[in-house]
Design a protein around this ligand. Sequence first.
Ligand SMILES: [Zn+2]
Length: 343
Amino acid sequence: MKIIHSPRHLGHSGHVELMNGQVVPAFEKPERVAMILNAVGERPFGTLIEPAAHGLDPLLKVHEEAYVRFLASAWQMWTADGRDFPALPSFWRAPGMRTDLEPESIDGKLGHFSFDAGCCMVAGTWDAVQAGADSALTGVDLMAGGEKSAFALCRPPGHHAHAATMGGYCFINNAAVAAQAFRDLGAARVAILDVDYHHGNGTQAIFYDRPDVLVCNIHADPAQEFPYFLGYTDETGAGAGEGFNANFPLRWGTDYAGWGAALDTACTRIADYGPDVVIVSLGVDTYKDDPISQFKLDSPDYLKIGARIAALDRPTLFVMEGGYAVEAIGINVANTLEGFLQR
Ligand SMILES: [Zn+2]
């Protein structure tokens, strides 16, 4: 299995987030990737390669042009005001306010294009984001060329990003960009299996009215957990996409018995769909010691997750999402890939 990764992710560092009402260093940090690289490097998984540049066109297939333009220019606009510290959104609209106008002010734009204070930007953020998307797209290229699987080690993650909204550490939705790229290369049906602890609200929203991309999410119940406002069972798709979105919310404290049962149901759903390719939004923040999560999966469980996904017997692209227990993130990712490859 090829592992696609760019050291340019290191440009996205020194950023902060708002937690418990305080500004703190972001849990989503470069050390996460270092631990994953160490762990997969210790096992015979294959080779590490750097992504090829794909430009902005594939991103614009799932993201709005004004949003991508904002991401590309935000840091320059923020620092033009003389600020030399990370850019953090802090103004949002309430229902009833205008949604059709993009403010001129960078402070207004930050609110216009975000749904929380989870997407802090620094000088190297946009470059890191582009390298992450290129990693996912390079994975698509490899599989279009005949590889049965690939692992896009993207950072920052992507599954919370909507077509024109950043949030939850995510700027460009790497899995969605990859899904669209597979479609454009001729895949009739793509399934996205999101196993991150948090609901992949952006991925769901991007494909919500489309039958050509099935989105299955296993995640913490949004009644208890971020992103709070999407991820319930009655969200099943709209219009032509009705029936092609499936959510499996689980309560805090869920261990592998409950989680694995949901995975089994989701995989059955995917098998019935008959996709040409499966994209796995691979978050390992389901781990019992994750600092911002409340599930109880243990490291050996990730071997089982990989094996269950492998049983789908479909070309599979893994795209890295969350996981914040830095000491264990590498082992848990490596276990997932090992379980997948050994079956
Ligand atoms: Zn997550």
